[in-house]
Design a protein around this ligand. Structure first.
Ligand code: HEC
Length: 490
């Protein structure tokens, strides 16, 4: 076991500040002597092109080791391939697409992954503690053994609700996960990125007991169609013991707008101080629909909590419009959060290869997808020459390359006073939680408070003031609290 500091410097923001942050990560490296027959030879192209920065043995030189099990930008074969092909211009990693063929790049990726495996290098375990600029943090495993947990919300500090994407709503009572899931929740289409997504507890839960769920709803199979169409749907219901009861559908799109694709469903649910419910639906893989207000996809919607459409929604009365639409031109928003003081709704959406955005959600605005974007297509080609256009909003901030920005919450508890109203951003691909300091409509500072513990699907302030981080791979929820009061660094 050896301790080592990883520094990450990839943040790009229009108004954001570039920052350095050191995180303590423990890496365990077991180096067994390999028999000669098992030796994997470093591909010649690597020695030729990569050694200058990553070292002759690829274990680090001017730039980081590629064989230590730490993948700052995501360790999936596909991600590593992309970073080599297209580069990481903002951190000084060149693009190799004009020098190396795809096959040569895959040879390199497979060498790195095989060599890691051969050396028994595994991902560092989740640390027990973290050190950030402001606090020493204790990291506990709140719940383990979940299958693709998607979201967490709290009825009280004793009772939490967790969704698992395959379609289960789980309860955690006094830190103990119910062995069964809630009975009678809607059946979901768990395919691709679809399934049971967000869970949200009504702001007046104590009086009305409502709980909201968002999920992928599929139409009955039609024999002529290979894949029945699906769309994001919202229901609310109540808990009676372990039973889901009194269900009401509060958002269902016209069935002719359902799509046969299985990705980009969104969906987050939040409530503003006036009690409106906001939710997001991704573009469902048809980017031009994001500009079409007769389509529900590629939008942020606003409704009353019982599903009625507010009279002052921006497109009410427009011919053909889906009247719940509040903003459009949103690619795939999986983060929504309401600022505790201003009541403003903030949103993160996934960009394609680069161009994840942080936006302030304002009635009627067009956020530009796919007409303007800071992203590239997955094949590296330009999606749009335009990054700005009259009548289309600029993001408050964007990330290049994509961190895969997911769940979002403002910190609003008592345990980390210096972090009041900071925006916590979970990132799937970068496996991290960023903490953004926001002043009016600008990000003035950013730091990474958790790195490489797993893909971060959601983050939330608990009623106890702790920070809860929903991880995928492993399906674990972490609970972060200050290590001790004296441990405050300032
Ligand atoms: C000019 C220097 C330079 C060269 C040459 C270079 N890289 Fe990099 N590479 C970097 C930098 C800088 C980073 C960002 C991480 C860091 O700070 O070390 C990086 C990051 C990476 C990453 C992402 C690692 C992670 O943690 O996710 C991969 C993969 C990678 N390089 C592969 C390659 C390969 C393969 C080659 C040769 C074809 C190569 N690099 C050549 C500078 C270089």
């Amino acid at each position: 076991m050896k301790a080592k500091n990883i520094t990450s410097t990839y943040l790009v923001g229009i108004t954001g500040t570039l920052c350095l942050l050191t995180i303590l990560i423990i890496s365990s490296i077991g180096c067994d002597e390999a028999s000669p027959s098992e030796l994997v030879v470093i591909p010649a192209k690597m020695t030729q092109y990569c050694a200058t920065c990553h070292g002759a043995d690829m274990e680090g030189g001017m730039s980081q080791s590629l064989l230590d099990g730490n993948w700052q930008f995501g360790g999936e074969r596909r991600s590593i391939f992309r970073w080599i092909k297209f580069g990481l211009p903002h951190v000084g990693m060149p693009s190799w697409q004009t020098v190396l063929s795809d096959d040569e790049i895959y040879e390199i990726v497979d060498y790195l992954l095989e060599e890691e495996k051969r050396r028994g290098i595994t991902k560092p375990p989740i640390p027990d503690s973290l050190e950030t600029r402001d606090y020493k943090i204790k990291v506990e495993k709140y719940v383990e053994g979940l299958e693709i947990p998607w979201s967490i919300d709290f009825i009280s500090s004793e009772l939490a609700l967790i969704t698992e994407r395959p379609g289960r709503l789980r309860l955690v009572e006094n830190g103990i996960l119910s062995s069964d899931s809630v009975v009678g929740t809607p059946s979901v289409l768990h395919e691709g990125q679809g399934g049971l997504m967000d869970v949200a507890v009504d702001p007046e839960y104590d009086q009305n007991g409502w709980i909201y769920l968002a999920y992928s709803h599929v139409l009955p199979a039609d024999t002529s169609e290979e894949r029945p169409p699906a769309m994001t749907r919202l229901v609310r219901g109540q808990l009676e013991g372990m039973n889901w009861t009194n269900q009401q559908v509060i958002f269902e799109a016209p069935h002719e707008t359902y799509r046969t694709t299985r990705h980009h469903y969104g969906c987050r649910i939040v409530f503003d101080p006036a009690g409106y419910l906001y939710f997001s639906i991704g573009d469902r893989g048809t980017s031009e629909h994001a500009q079409d207000i007769t389509r529900p996809n590629g939008k942020v919607h606003r409704i009353h909590r019982d599903g009625r459409i507010p009279n002052d929604n921006p497109f009410v009365g427009q011919a053909g419009a889906i009247e719940s639409i509040f903003t459009y031109g949103n690619r795939n928003a999986q983060g929504l959060a309401v600022h505790p003081e201003t009541g403003q709704v903030w949103e993160t959406e996934h960009g394609p290869l680069g161009g994840d955005e942080l936006n302030l959600v304002i009635a009627g605005n067009n956020y530009g997808w796919p007409v303007i974007t800071y992203g590239l297509n997955y094949n590296g080609t330009i999606i749009s020459e335009n990054q700005r256009k009259e009548g289309m909003e600029q993001p408050i901030m964007y990330w290049n390359p994509s961190i895969a920005a997911c769940g979002l919450d403002f910190y609003s508890g008592d345990l980390f006073p210096k972090w009041q109203n900071r925006l916590m951003v979970g990132a799937l691909r970068f496996e991290e939680v960023q903490l953004l300091e926001i002043e009016k409509d600008r990000v003035i500072y950013s730091q990474t408070i958790l790195k490489n513990a797993g893909r971060v699907r959601d983050v939330a302030t608990g009623p106890d003031g702790a920070i809860y981080v929903v991880l995928n791979r492993p399906g674990t929820i972490l609970r972060l609290t200050p290590a001790s009061m004296e441990a405050e660094l300032q």
